[in-house]
Design a protein around this ligand. Structure first.
Ligand SMILES: [Fe+2]
Length: 458
């Protein structure tokens, strides 16, 4: 018996020692904001900082393997973390919406394989999921990851606070990759995950305190079409504290992504998504930022749907973070440019607004408050009347971190008049089915209960 156990442990140890990955491959959108006849996705994996002959191959199910362009890598060498490489291989010539298989080779030997689905074209129906405030290392986070995986979305979007509490490499390793790319929940190896950065992702900018924070800029590989391009630009996550080795190490490792990837936009299927950095250092009353947003939304005129996503919700009813609603200053721009839904997180529960218009009476006060007037569409019910007059604001921040204000769920008197649904007793995810000019959305809880469902048509 003892021999058997030793034999098992030996095999296990050898396998663990030969695992070539620090983080197993996961799918990213890459710098590909627009749909194409021949789609791409970017496969990312982390490995030791030593030379090896890495390559990736793609095929249609059952077809012939096609070699992909040689992977590139960014070298991350920051204090307290072993230097490692973040490889990126652009998987090319994918057929829109079609399933494909891929494999990763190291020194000529296959070390990983999985399947994925290319971005859907504007004519194909699809499903996406949205969740936020997730990487807390809780049991609920794991359950929500399973709900996400079993709902089989074509892609998943997270509204930020990806890892708690400081957006560090060490936290990604403890609370992100094990939850979303494990043998049990192999979500991100096969399903595209796109992220907006939250406060816990980009606020820890003193690299002398947290040398391995701001990992968002190393580990995500997303479009680089944002408005902020240079280190130190106002309205970007400017580094705090005296320059030194830690800042230099960050700037070297994050080259090309920082600070540009803080904001971006992309198309998926028949929708255009605009992703904003809502952290307090971003002054969204700034004319340049607003102009970028307006230009971006106007450029998406041909999209059937326009979604905007950012971490701090512009309109919500929670007692928690009641003052953190400065993003409502952008509501008129959303309304004038045909935005349908705004997704947020930050507040750890689920809330849905009535379709609404908001007219600010001024700018953002020091405490974050934006005063103004709300006009509600009270006829929309999401069932029989599905034409929304105005923008629907969804808070979906119940992805794993501790829930906020559970007492408010059954206390509608505590909700603002614009709030239609408020679910704060269970963790949950948002699942949307898109078909032409119809979107059907449901909010699914930890135990699979549908907490809310509604449809918007146009
Ligand atoms: Fe947050």
């Amino acid at each position: 018996m003892l021999r058997l156990l030793f034999a098992f442990l030996f095999v296990f140890a050898v396998r663990a020692a030969s695992d070539p990955f620090i983080a197993k491959p996961y799918l990213q959108l890459g710098d590909a904001p627009k749909a194409a006849k021949q789609e791409t996705l970017t496969l990312v994996w982390h490995a030791a900082d030593s030379d090896a002959n890495w390559s990736a191959e793609v095929r249609k199910p059952g077809g012939k393997w096609a070699a992909q362009p040689a992977p590139t890598f960014r070298r991350v060498a920051v204090k307290d973390i072993d230097a490692h490489r973040v490889y990126a291989s652009v998987l090319s010539k994918l057929k829109p919406g079609a399933e494909f298989q891929y494999r990763v080779m190291k020194d000529g030997e296959e070390v990983f394989s999985a399947k994925g689905t290319a971005r859907k074209s504007a004519k194909q129906p699809y499903r996406f999921a949205v969740f936020g405030d997730c990487g807390a290392g809780t049991k609920a986070q794991g359950v929500i990851a399973e709900r996400l995986h079993e709902s089989k979305p074509d892609f998943v979007f997270t509204t930020g606070d990806i890892v708690y509490s400081n957006g560090r490499i060490s936290e990604y390793r403890q609370k992100f990759f094990p939850a979303y790319n494990s043998e049990k929940t192999p979500l991100t190896r096969s399903t595209l995950l796109i992220a907006a950065p939250g406060n816990h992702d980009l606020s820890r900018r003193d690299l002398n305190l947290f040398p391995d924070s701001l990992a968002y800029f190393y580990y995500w590989n997303q479009p680089l079409n944002g408005p902020l391009t240079v280190n130190g630009t106002p309205n970007s996550p400017v580094l705090i504290g005296p320059p030194g080795e830690n800042q230099a190490a960050f700037l070297e490792a994050a080259k090309g992504a920082y600070p540009q990837m803080a904001n971006f936009s992309f198309d998926y299927g028949n929708a255009h998504w605009t992703v904003l950095d809502s952290n307090r250092y971003s002054d969204w009353t700034d004319a340049k930022l607003q102009q970028w947003l307006i230009t971006d939304l106007k450029s998406a005129r041909r999209a059937a749907w326009r979604f905007v996503a950012f971490h701090h919700p512009g309109l919500h009813s929670s007692k928690a973070h009641a003052l953190d609603q400065w993003m409502r200053v952008l509501s008129p721009i959303f309304e004038q440019n045909g935005v349908d839904i705004v997704f947020g997180g930050h507040v750890h529960n689920y809330q849905r607004s009535k379709p609404l218009r908001f007219a600010p009476s001024g700018g953002v006060a020091k405490n974050g408050v934006v005063e103004g007037e709300v006009t509600l569409d009270k006829n929309f019910d999401g069932k029989t009347n599905t034409k929304a007059e105005g923008v629907v604001y969804i808070v979906t921040g119940a992805g794993g971190a501790g829930l906020y204000d559970p007492g408010q769920e059954h206390d509608p008197a505590s909700w603002k008049p614009f709030t239609e649904v408020f679910k704060s007793n269970q963790h949950s995810v948002t699942i949307a089915d898109m078909e032409g000019k119809r979107v059907s959305i449901r909010q699914v809880s930890e135990d699979g209960t549908v907490l809310d469902s509604f449809t918007i048509t146009k």
